[in-house]
Write a protein that binds this ligand. Structure first.
Ligand code: S3P
Length: 436
């Protein structure tokens, strides 16, 4: 049980750089491992999820050196991975699992993947079904969930697939399988999702073309290791952006936050709600980034529909919290994917924010949130992450607005994406002034 900081009446102040982007950190290990030569990664996110990806490649014979500031991957090339001696543990990481399923489909060996309880409930058919059409075979126990055995094949057909869900993980799994095939693959997205795999693959020397929602990927490229500086994770920055927006008299700067437009939906949504966010400097590398200045501001309700969802998918729990403090009623629809995240994030967000007095109606694909709520514990002075890192951090931000004491159950889940979250939050909270 973690005691949360509550009753934050002085504004948040100061500056920090949030840890590296989770999606980019996973992909830098994967692409580095299947390239020729070395990939030096700086500002890598050393969180539980990304370390699962690293361990999986070490288990497949890739040598990876890790110091505090950098990770050095000694690539083995697209055909250089070795069969692991034991089943690969995916922990809680959906990204590791789905991307690995794609890559392992095209390897000449059999691998078994398993994960924790939450991951073992998440749907994997969305990946194994299209991969089966390419010639990969799977042993799936239960209803399309982990544990899964992948019988890889070096004779994969190129991919020709229209995605029925908006998912960067499924898209990336198919791109990785396409790389192992002997032809050009065509992948058509349902909606634009984060495009880190595409941008990074191009930087590593892969051939990938994009026209609208259609991607064409060439098989068997010669990938060359690259230096990568991972930008700060906007999805982690989002917790402090929300906190500074909500706690009166705040003004904080977050340095070097990733600003890939497929990820910045949260900033667009917040601006529509009336937030005060300025991008101060832009750094235009393969992945754009910039410094953000956030000042507290009053918010008003908005409506989010399916077009808005992919670029804010991980930030929706926070948007729900922000909506409880906005003027008016916020409606979110088209977000049924939330039900298959680390938890069912519609049910869990509604349940936990209700414990603090919010009025939230669950919809099958979203929620309706009444604004203007004074957050206060109703029956207990505990909230619960339910083992979901983003729920845990959202509740820690909510706690700043609560006057009485509040504790968080299952707080260690936060290590999945942000092990230093509480230390960084404390850095933005000014020391209490001595009573006059
Ligand atoms: C991710 C894609 C998204 C996102 C997840 C990371 C990725 O999942 O929610 O946190 O790195 O590709 P889906 O592909 O399931 O939408």
């Amino acid at each position: 049980m973690k005691t949360l900081r509550t009753n934050q009446r002085q504004g948040l102040q100061g500056a920090l750089e949030v840890p590296g982007d989770k999606s980019i950190s996973h992909r830098s290990i994967i692409l580095g491992a299947i390239s020729n030569g070395d990939t030096e990664i700086t500002h890598f996110l050393s969180s539980e999820d990304c370390l699962r990806t690293m361990q999986a490649f070490e288990d497949m014979g890739v040598s990876i050196e890790r110091t505090k500031d950098r990770v050095l991957v000694h690539g083995v090339g697209l055909n250089g991975l070795r069969q692991p001696k034991h089943a690969l543990n995916m922990g809680n990481s959906g990204t590791t699992t789905r991307l690995m399923l794609g890559l392992l489909s095209g390897q000449p060996f059999t691998t078994e993947l398993f994960g924790d309880q939450s991951l073992s409930r998440r749907p994997m058919k969305r990946v194994t079904e299209p991969l089966s059409q390419l010639g990969a075979r799977f042993k799936v126990t239960g209803d399309g969930r982990l544990p899964i055995t992948v019988y890889g094949s070096q004779e994969l057909n190129p991919v020709d697939y229209r995605l029925p869900v908006a998912s960067a993980q499924v898209k990336s799994a198919l791109i990785l399988a396409g790389l192992c095939s002997n032809g050009t693959s065509t992948i058509i997205e349902k909606q634009q999702t984060r495009d880190h795999t595409e941008l990074m693959l191009r930087a590593f020397g892969g051939e990938i073309e994009k026209q609208g929602l259609t991607l064409k990927v060439a098989g068997q490229p010669k990938l060359i290791g690259q230096p990568i500086r991972v930008p700060g994770d906007l999805s982690s920055a989002a917790f402090f952006i929300a906190a500074a927006t909500l706690v009166p008299r705040s003004a904080i700067t977050l340095h070097n936050v990733g600003l890939n437009p497929t990820r910045t939906g949260f900033l667009r949504v917040l601006k529509r709600m009336g937030a005060d966010i300025t991008v101060q400097n832009r750094y235009d590398h393969a992945e754009p980034s910039g410094d953000l200045l956030i000042r507290s501001a009053p918010l008003h309700a908005i409506e989010l529909t399916s077009d808005d969802i992919p670029s804010v998918i991980d930030e929706l729990p926070l948007i729900a919290l922000l909506a409880t403090q906005a003027e008016g009623t916020t409606k979110i629809t088209g977000a049924e994917e939330l039900r298959v995240k680390e938890t069912d994030r519609i049910t869990v967000v509604a349940a936990e924010l209700r414990r603090l007095g919010s009025e939230i109606t669950e919809l099958p694909d979203g929620m309706i949130i009444q604004g203007g709520t004074l957050l206060a514990p109703q029956e207990t002075d505990q909230v619960d992450s339910h083992g979901d890192h983003r729920i845990g951090m959202m509740l820690a931000v909510a706690a700043l607005l609560v006057k009485s004491e509040l504790a968080l159950a299952n707080a260690s889940a936060i290590n999945i994406s942000y092990p230093d979250f509480f230390a960084d939050l404390n850095r933005l909270i000014p020391a209490r002034r001595a009573a006059l």
